[in-house]
Design a protein. Sequence first.
Lengths: 620, 74
Amino acid sequence: MQYGIMGNILEIDLTNQSIHYRSSDLDLFKKYLGGSGVAAKILIDEFDIQADPLSPNNPLIFMNGLLTGLPLPTAAKSSFVSKSPLTGIWCEATVGGHWGAQVKKCGLDGFIITGKSDTPVYIWIQDNHVEIRDASHLMGKDVFETSKLLLHQTDPKAVVACIGPAGENLSKISGIMIGGNETRAAGRGGLGAVLGSKNVKAVVARGTHKIPIYDHDTIKSDLKEFLPFLNTHTKALHDFGTAGGVQGVEANGDLPIKNWTLGDWADGAEKTCGQNMDHLGITVSHHACYACSIRCGKDARVDVGPYAGSAGHGPEYETCAAFGSNILNDNIQYLVAANDLCNRLGLDTICAGNSAAMAMECYERGILNDQDTNGLKLTFGNGPSLMVFIEQMANREGIGALFSDGVKSAGEKLGGLAKEFSIHIKGLSVAYHDPRAFTSMAIGYATANRGGCHLENLTYFSESGAFPPSLIGFDKFLSKHNDEHKAELCVIMQNFMNTFNALGLCKFLIRGRTSPDQISKWVASATGWTFTGEDLMMAGERLHNIKRLYNVSLGISRKDDQLPPRLQYHDRKTGAAAGILPNMTKLLTEYYQYRGWNEEGVPTKETLEKLGLTSEGATL
Amino acid sequence: MIVVELKGQLIWYVGKKNRIFFNDYQGSINNLLEQLHIPLHEVGNMTLNNKRTSLSDIISDGDVLVVFPVIAGG
């Protein structure tokens, strides 16, 4: 008997319209935990890593975390994994909501979609029954409409993962959207386009299987003490969502402002934060991901634009920065409407916001003019123009078409100075925590396996006092603006954070001061394995390295582990982090040493041996 | 007089005031913040007279305390 996992992975070949099951390899889960960890191993072992990301040969792998769907706090996460069409390298896009749990209840640890359908289809998974169905009637419809129709055509209790028009149009900043207007997004890296390239509009799941748990009583007893502590420490997240952090981020000099050029925006932050949305009655209700007591999801009323009068998932912190500070928009109504529009169209708001900021800077500095924009006034803070621009990006129309594939592509097409305004790492727009504030983020961003991602190290939690790093064995003094010990902190946090996507846990769990020992006890109770905190951290290190190996085989090295010039060389003149620039040479050198990589950023033979990755190193 | 400067979203706990002034207080920072009904788990880095400080430190007349919130979302 296997516990924790379901024992089956579904294989769907769209070219041949064939459906098969294979058994989950328990040893694989023990070594890579699940989620993006197991998916990494499958991607490397079974597929051509040189494949064009939008070709039939590039798979889309969906994998649940080891603990996804179990009655453990935040155990709602699951990962879509593929080679990214946006970056051309490793991509994992992790998502919460109720999707992963529902797939698991279909008896599945995951599914792998390969090939390409000749006609538009959706995939309907109902327990052990799987169908590939016609989706021609859904093409062109947005995420909310699609989800509603599919629930009607399948089961009202099902969960829908689908793409919007952006994914259909193969926009490389499109995501896979979950749960209709309660939108949770597997947003980053353009995986909506991977699904679109296969002619798949949606996957719908409805399951009734029970997930086997080895020792449910121990979990229940453990949570009696843990949950009240977690809930107390996440009360602000519950009350105001992640958007409740906008002002604190601004106060620390951590908020990107006007395409990453300015250092302070206190009045704007106060207008565009979760507390103000609550105060103004824009936040209308809360919702939670599966098994989560934090309930950080907020529903927001839309007051302007084509969908005024509706309500949907409210803007997260990242989106507040994307359509607030970084484009100098302090009109909360347009911010909420832009978020809603991206959710409907299936766009990643982090990339869409960076694209808008870059377009506005190009317009204001004369690189784009009214003729280029067909009269669209792309000035900073222009809410109505932002709405048009977002629709254009999703539909590949007008000036928006230039930015449909992200800021790197737009910079290369425009050339010249425009590249300076293109804020990305390895092709992925940088998420909205400025590495010139908490400098551990600089080395974290530069070495994140999917590009400009804040979630792979999350060290601003530690530097701001939200998560004591002593819980992961780091007890050195940190000063937020200098570089001492930051590379070491980054390595340890990256190792820890890698385990979360693999286990299916939300990273907000660390607000409960959750240690590797605590998590390993849950793993042991769920699976019956002998598993320690040390085993967990070793697995995290293994996961970071196997993804790095994938990238190294695609040509990634030290030359790519860099910040965009604006973040590396241009200090800001005002704000709490004025004058601060991270010392990337020092940070990278120390980081590679802590990692056991050579000077070019390639894992050494000794490191691979220690992690049990020798064969993967040889393969790649 | 003690000056307490609140940063970021902490202002919402005290009627959106950035600065609070205390007379005749001597005691721990911990107790002072509790008097202001600021949840201690929302308190991050702090400085007392421009030097890093912690909740158990004592604050007294003439001191300036700057309190940043934790950053724990997004």
